[in-house]
Design a protein around this ligand. Structure first.
Ligand SMILES: Cc1cc2nc3c(=O)[nH]c(=O)nc-3n(C[C@H](O)[C@H](O)[C@H](O)COP(=O)(O)OP(=O)(O)OC[C@H]3O[C@@H](n4cnc5c(N)ncnc54)[C@H](O)[C@@H]3O)c2cc1C
Length: 378
């Protein structure tokens, strides 16, 4: 039987970053994934992911993000690849909305730079947008986007250079631990390691089915859309930024147009519950884009509200929409990174490091305490 220091179930964004950071510490690592390398059947595909610091979801994420930004930059240096495009981020909502008040609170607590934008400034800098009455707009110059597939691919390439073994198309059927050694079974093969990390994305509940008290994770079907643009008002090359709008009928976000022809715009709120991630409906449905089209009509009139492309992805939600990064409560050598609730990718760098620390040292200096399982206890 092959013996490793660390086995990772799931070679998506978090599994690959964890593998890289563990390998940097000299560990012998195996990553197992049920699908092929670079697949688009989980949650780490679709070209781009927003990254930002003034974290409206909770200010406790900010110290992690500050580390996360440094690690993304370091990864760019090491790999000589552009992974993070710092184009800025425009946030818009009612003054009391979760997005605006939350971003302001995070910025104030952590002394982050946020710019209040007047109507004239918006018209001048972002002429493609019509800001709804009563909304405030704030701009975060540190905001931007990550090239999601390139980030994952970079982690894989650098991890392989350090000896990490990736076995693609090899689903894990079950695992066991006695607290010192973990065993993992795939069809026909058993692997053994000192520690196990479970980063199984939308399949996390299946890998943790036997854990009493593990919170219910709900998987949501999410659709990403690419729409044609009628002008250069949204062009990355013209200084256009990422955006996030809280509207009365939902939350919408998007990216600057990278090719000058089309723009990616999506709905963050909503999403159909998925009973089995393997069976998620990947077909286009007219109703998926109804609210996005309404948003475009009201806020981005120079976008043609008929998509030219789309892709289906999944959010894996915890009950409070905050992540789970912790050791298994019964086995000290099993670590869980799950429930990234539709906003996790920007943390793949720093939390990959935290997950590898937890697996190797059973502790980490990174401030992940607020993401522990303890909070779900009654
Ligand atoms: C539409 C969309 C937009 C998003 N936008 C943003 C954004 O702008 N900013 C941001 O920060 N985050 C965003 N996110 C969230 C972010 O992309 C995810 O949180 C992150 O990619 C999750 O990574 P993961 O490694 O947990 O999951 P995945 O990348 O899905 O990886 C899990 C892997 O585990 C494998 N696996 C599962 N079970 C087994 C098994 N039994 N055996 C073998 N392999 C197994 C799967 O095949 C999969 O490859 C978005 C997500 C979606 C869907």
């Amino acid at each position: 039987m092959s013996k490793y220091d660390l086995i990772i179930i799931g070679g998506g964004g978090f599994g690959c970053s964890t593998a890289y950071y563990a390998a940097r510490r000299g560990k012998k690592v195996l990553v197992l994934d049920q699908f092929g390398q670079g697949h688009d059947l989980g949650s780490s595909h679709g070209g781009t992911r927003i990254i930002r610091k003034a974290y409206f979801e909770h200010p406790d994420y900010v110290p992690l993000l500050q580390q996360g930004y440094k690690l993304w930059t370091k990864l760019e240096e090491i790999s000589s690849r552009e992974l993070l495009s710092p184009c800025g981020l425009m946030l818009s909502g009612q003054p009391e909305s979760a997005v605006i008040s939350g971003a302001r609170e995070a910025a104030e607590l952590h002394t982050l730079e946020l710019e209040d934008m007047s109507t004239e400034e918006i018209e001048d800098r972002f002429p493609g947008y019509r800001i709804p009455d009563g909304q405030e707009v704030i701009y975060e110059c540190d905001g931007g986007f990550l090239h999601v597939e390139d980030c994952v691919d970079t982690y894989i390439t650098l991890a392989e250079k350090r000896g990490v073994e990736f076995r693609w198309n090899e689903p894990v059927t079950h695992w066991e631990s006695d607290g010192e050694t973990a065993k993992v079974w795939t069809e026909g093969t058993t692997y053994e390691a000192d520690a196990l990390v479970i980063t199984a994305g939308a399949w996390a509940s299946q890998s943790l089915a036997d854990l009493p008290g593990f919170p219910q994770l709900s998987v949501l079907r999410k659709v990403m859309f690419w729409f044609p643009v009628m002008s250069d008002a949204y062009d990355y090359s013209m200084g256009s930024s990422c955006f996030f709008f809280e509207m009365p009928y939902g939350e919408f976000y998007g990216f600057p147009s990278l090719d000058g022809q089309s723009i990616k715009v999506c709905q963050h709120s909503g999403g159909e519950p998925v009973a089995d991630p393997a069976q998620v409906d990947r077909e286009f449905r007219e109703e998926d884009m109804e609210l996005v089209a309404r948003f475009l009509g009201e806020v981005m009139p120079e976008v043609v509200p008929k998509p030219e492309d789309f892709a289906v992805c999944m959010y894996t939600m915890t009950p409070d929409s905050h992540f789970i990064v912790d050791r298994h409560p019964h086995y000290q050598n099993v670590v869980i990174g799950a429930g990234f609730s539709g906003h996790g990718f920007k943390f793949a760098s720093v939390l990959g490091k935290a997950l590898s620390d937890l697996a190797i040292d059973y502790e980490t200096d990174l401030p992940v305490g607020f993401l522990g399982l303890e909070r779900f206890k009654d």
